[in-house]
Ligand binder design. Sequence first.
Ligand code: ADP
Length: 434
Amino acid sequence: MNWDYLRLLIIVCLAGFVGLLFGQMVIFMFVATFVYALWLQRSWYQLYSWVKKPKKHLPPSAEGVMNDVCGQIERVRKQNRSRKKKLADYLKRFQATTAALPDAIVVLGDDGLVDWSNAAAADLLGIHWPRDSQVRLASLIQDFEFQQLLSAAVDGGRVIIVSSPIKEDMLLEMKIVRYMKSGRLLIARDITQTVKLQRMRRDFVANVSHELRTPLTVLRGYLETFTQQSPAEQWGAAMPVMRQQAQRMHLMIKDLLELSQLETGEKELCHEDTDIAVLLAAVIEDAKKLEQYHGHKLELDIASKHHLLADVDELRSAVSNLVFNAVKYTPSGTKITVRWCVGENGARIEVNDEGEGIPEHHLERLTERFYRVDSGRSQDAGGTGLGLAIVKHVLQRHGAELKISSEIGVGTQFCCCFPITSIAENDSLQLERE
Ligand code: ADP
């Protein structure tokens, strides 16, 4: 039998028994039932208060059904608490994951209001959450194309490329993705570097085609004009030009292949103990054989006996480019000093010339492929426009850096700066002792 009924029965029986002693059994039974009802009512009220404000009130301390109800409520509450915690954990993890994404994500609510955005949205779009919460996205990004994308009824996977609203030179790829019934997500990605690389690749292909077309046009011109019957004098006069143009194409392709090998890292880099004094002396001897070498004063200044850990072939190619340029692009009789020195901050191979100098605005772009200060002069000198790009890559592979400084009327300095760790081991110990 149910405990509540049993309790009521015992109370009523007891009251009836006591009432019997006083000769008032019915009244006693009635009063006992009434008091019991009041007590039950109070317990229900306690239960109600506890359900409403569990932290403020205690559960009723009744046995029976009320106790079972309390237990059941407590179990449901526990389940809810654990479900809530799980959900909060999921939400936290979701927010942490999206916050770590490099792409900007903005969650849009009804009417295009910002509901939430991740950290990248602040860097790419200038949208800060919670500051911009419930602000209209259209008022934060006012680009016309974006407004069209935002107001389109169906997105159809459309992607637009626009400038960032906070950085003019940053290009963003944006799209709006729909989810569930009316939710929308704005996803924006920084594609500045990708676009830059694509443009560089396009420019490179255009430049190579242009550079190769000129000598090819010359060769084709001669070949189309002449026939087998053309007199030998005509062929004889054309031969040097044709040979020069063929040589130009050969040099360009050789440099392009060298550059490509350096860039792709196809060729393994050797770290040999290199006597720089010997290497520089050999380069200077080669420079003296150049067509453009006319009484230049080529001097070698070896201020250190240290050796360098380097790939001899690559280093020789880089230094030759610098010394040959100094001969090719300075007037006859110019003084050129090639210097090797080692200091606390590292080692340096310097090529200093006292030529006309290079205007400052060219300096930053000199190492770009096919960039020339004076295109005509470079071509006359048999230049491919790739020499300094090769130097830059060789040095990068050695952990070194090319620094260029120049002053009009004074001269130019190309400096290959190597880190101290590039000094051959025995030498670096000696350097520490010094
Ligand atoms: P190029 O094959 O044309 O010599 P480089 O990449 O070696 O190509 O050099 C790029 C340009 O830098 C040259 O065309 C030249 O105009 C300029 N240049 C390089 N070295 C010197 C120098 N020592 N003095 C003046 N101009 C130089």
